[in-house]
Design a protein around this ligand. Structure first.
Ligand SMILES: NC(=O)c1ccc[n+]([C@@H]2O[C@H](COP(=O)([O-])OP(=O)(O)OC[C@H]3O[C@@H](n4cnc5c(N)ncnc54)[C@H](OP(=O)(O)O)[C@@H]3O)[C@@H](O)[C@H]2O)c1
Length: 322
């Protein structure tokens, strides 16, 4: 199969920007669909073969138009929290969109679909709406192979990199909290994977027939508890915090309260997702011949840089205010 032009949904996000960079380096032409071109243009329009298009991707006729002339589609859209509370938002963003993407591909004779899922996504056993709907969407896209689509899906643990919302979020929270830091779900385990390794998995499989129909579990090289990762974040920032591990009931209550905080920094659905350890029993990164990067080789560079820069700007504004 010859692939020249790829349409990406969710290509403006954390994973999408890294992947777009890698794909343009390989010479692919990219059509990246976004809800807000103006907001994202600075990050992406400098890439030589990227066409950033504002589009309502939930409308089938829009997808049909945008998929025309494409050889492959990548769907990276995902949400960690919904506006409502009963799973409809997750269904809309994960399952209904995946259905429209499959139909759009088939109508346009696009033969290749790469789909981003999540580790332990499962329509039945998923512990949260996030994991259930991710699992439903994953099964749905693989079902479409009966209609001639060649599908590969990716199931990563938590992803880290300079713009991640994991280490950066904890860094922000740690800096805001003096002395003690209460932590929900402290014993949940993760195998953080580097965003560059995730992007590499997409690039390597794009035109590889041996990946058709496969679902790749993607993990980093080490397993950590959430408490260890938060302590590591504090160490990278060079700050001392006493981390207070919250028990299960208090974690659940904290999540229920945060459900009502604008922007939902933590939610009942996040709490339920953390009920299952985000670790691989089989890490398929090795099958793809990718050596996973450690957090120690990447995270300190961006966390300590950002912190030092923030301190420099604070210092400078303090001086200019005098
Ligand atoms: N980051 C992780 O640790 C992690 C771990 C496992 C799996 N994943 C999965 O990997 C994918 C990418 O994650 P990410 O961290 O890059 O996410 P992200 O930074 O939030 O980016 C997701 C992109 O999807 C688009 N999007 C979000 N909600 C949408 C909606 N309701 N309708 C239409 N478009 C929407 C947005 O594009 P526009 O604003 O431009 O429209 C956004 O840039 C997701 O599917 C996520 O579930 C991520």
């Amino acid at each position: 199969m010859i692939i020249n032009t790829i349409c990406i949904l969710g290509g403006t996000g954390f994973v999408g920007r890294t992947l777009a960079n890698r794909l343009t380096q390989k010479g692919f032409n990219l059509r990246i669909l976004t809800r807000n071109r103006e907001y994202h243009k600075e990050e992406l329009i400098l890439l030589p073969t990227v066409d950033l298009v504002e589009a309502d991707i939930h409308r089938p006729e829009v997808l049909k138009k945008q998929f025309a002339g494409c050889d492959a589609v990548i769907n990276l859209v995902g949400i960690l929290n919904e506006k409502g509370r009963h799973g409809e938002g997750f269904r809309h963003a994960h399952v209904e969109l995946a259905e429209k993407v499959v139909d759009g591909c088939i109508e346009n004779r696009v033969k290749r679909l790469l789909h981003m899922s999540a580790l332990h996504a499962d329509p039945v056993k998923g512990t949260s709406y996030y994991l259930k709907t991710k699992g439903e969407a994953e099964n749905l896209v693989h079902e479409s192979s009966k209609r001639g689509l060649r599908v590969t899906s990716f199931r990563p643990s938590v992803i880290f990199g300079p713009d991640d919302s994991f280490f950066n979020r904890f860094a922000k929270l740690l800096k805001m909290t003096p002395m003690v830091f209460p932590l929900a779900c402290p014993g949940s385990r993760f195998a953080p994977i580097y965003v560059g390794d995730v992007a590499e998995a997409f690039v390597k499989t794009m035109a590889d027939p041996s990946s058709y129909g496969k679902r790749y579990n993607l993990c980093g090289p080490e397993v950590y508890t959430l408490q260890e990762l938060v302590a590591y974040t504090a160490a990278c920032l060079g700050i001392r915090r006493i981390i207070i591990p919250l028990g299960d009931l208090i974690s659940r209550i904290q999540a229920a309260i945060f459900d009502f905080v604008p922007g939902k920094p933590f939610s009942t659905d996040n709490y339920l997702s953390a009920k299952i350890d985000s670790i691989c029993h089989r890490n398929d990164l090795h099958e793809l011949d990718i050596t996973p990067s450690t957090i120690q080789s990447i995270v300190p560079q961006y966390l300590s840089n950002k912190y030092q820069r923030a301190r420099y700007y604070q210092f400078r504004s303090h001086l200019s205010g005098k």
